[in-house]
Design a protein around this ligand. Structure first.
Ligand code: NAD
Ligand code: UD1
Length: 378
């Protein structure tokens, strides 16, 4: 009898161990307190990855410097999981090294960057220091600690003025980029390509985002720009909620169906799930080198399309005024997303209505973003 029990116990344990999957690696997320980082972390936690975040709080709200950013507290609430947070600048070599020595990091997703196009024209050196030199310091720390898997947040801006549409990944990059922010993304891509040529152990994926918009459908996390928004969607939603008087539409004389600019808006949850697929690719033993993928929907919508859809879903009238073109703006930009579909098995699924609905829910539930005090966020 006892022998029978021992044997059946042994069989059960063998089956259990055979079925148990190895734990997923810990992912270091730089800039994880920000808009795209926080949404991506939700998807990663839901897929059982452990997360270590580093962020210097330069563009995300925390009650004080020793606390987690509010975005990450809400991520924890949403997922019922813990996020390890370190208030560290990616240019701080010693602190980075300590992070790699403390946690067993399997791969890095690198979001941390300054991202305001207009600010970059006023402070180019700061942008190159943060975005280019910062990435260089990060990859040195990775190299020293033998962590050689990286996903880099790039942008459609690296294509400059499109020579053809839709934009494929082999469209020339680095030509006619109109601002230092865009060039900082291009230069960093080039550094990462050189690194992968020099050392074949590196596995790098460059994700070229088109225009990320929207928020988590819970309304708990979303985009929380500091000061006056530069980008269309956050400005639009602040007009809808009454925080801004009217939207300025920059130009109505573009060679587009209604004369306003056309962009490939992509829902933030689709963008976040693109990172999961990229991570899977990075973990594939067959994957080698440095490869770029577009993350877009492949469809272009005009500024006026977005305004009308937002009016429809919110039931609010959006006051707008047509003004001159904004310097450096392009007429039409949209992706060819087929490479990501073929190789990452990823495709954007959410439509423009959902992008507006989720933005509006986030805006209504959080009229001042993550701040509780209106003055601080304006
Ligand atoms: P975000 O500003 O919301 O998030 C970036 C985070 O990085 C912030 O929390 C900020 O505090 C942190 N950070 C900045 N510099 C840092 C440094 N030196 N050390 C540590 N932390 C630092 O921006 P986002 O919209 O989430 O963008 C994330 C990435 O995606 C950026 O690299 C951006 O260039 C790229 N990108 C964004 C868009 C977009 O429309 N949002 C489009 C294309 C590419
Ligand atoms: C901009 C940046 C790009 C960056 C991206 C995300 C430029 C040239 N490009 O893209 O590098 O990766 O943001 O941060 O700045 N618009 C208005 N009124 C507004 C704001 C925007 O009409 O108040 C229009 C613009 O003219 C454009 C469209 O809306 O036609 C989208 O603008 P925006 O959201 O700023 O994104 P991009 O310019 O595409």
């Amino acid at each position: 009898m006892i022998l029978k029990s021992i044997i059946s116990c042994f069989i059960c344990l063998t089956i259990l161990f055979a079925e148990a999957k190895p734990p997923k690696p810990t992912i270091l997320v730089t800039g994880g307190g920000g808009y795209i980082g926080s949404h991506t972390i939700v998807e990663l936690l839901n897929d059982s990855y452990s997360i270590v975040v580093l962020d210097n709080l330069s563009n995300c709200y925390a009650f004080n410097a020793t606390e987690k950013p509010e975005s990450l507290k809400r991520v924890e609430k949403l997922t019922n999981k813990n996020v390890v947070f370190n208030n560290i600048d990616i240019r701080d070599e010693k602190s980075l090294d300590k992070v790699f020595k403390t946690y067993k990091i399997g791969a890095v997703i690198h979001f941390a960057a300054l991202k305001s196009v207009s600010e970059s024209t006023r402070k180019p050196v700061e942008y190159y220091d943060n975005n280019v030199a910062g990435t260089n310091t990060l990859i040195q720390a990775m190299q020293n600690n033998k962590v050689k898997k990286l996903i880099y947040s790039s942008s459609a801006t690296v294509y400059g003025n499109p020579q053809y549409l839709p934009l494929t990944e082999n469209h020339p990059t680095g030509q006619n980029i109109t601002n230092p922010y865009g060039r900082s993304k291009y230069f960093t891509e080039e550094i990462l390509k050189d690194l992968s040529y020099a050392d074949s152990q590196w596995k790098i994926i460059l994700l070229r985002y088109f225009n990320p918009v929207g928020a988590h459908p819970s309304g708990l996390i979303g985009e929380d720009p500091t000061g006056i928004p530069n980008n269309l969607m956050p400005y639009l939603s602040q007009v809808a909620i009454g925080r801004r008087d009217h939207l300025k539409i920059f130009g109505s004389d573009y060679p587009t169906p209604d004369g306003t600019g056309v962009r490939d808006f992509i829902h933030i949850i689709d963008l976040a799930s693109g990172h999961l697929r990229a991570l899977k690719k990075l973990m594939d033993p067959e994957f080698r080198g440095c490869k770029a993928y577009n993350l877009g929907t492949g469809k272009g919508y005009s500024v006026l399309d977005l305004v009308k859809t937002f009016e429809k879903v919110s039931g609010r009238r959006i006051n707008y005024q047509i003004t001159d073109r904004r310097r450096g703006d392009l007429a039409t930009v949209y992706a060819d997303p087929n490479l990501a579909e073929k190789e990452l098995k990823w495709r954007a699924e959410r439509y423009i209505e959902q992008m507006c609905e989720d933005t509006w829910r986030w805006q209504m539930q959080n009229p001042n973003g993550y701040h509780t005090d209106e003055e601080e966020s304006n």
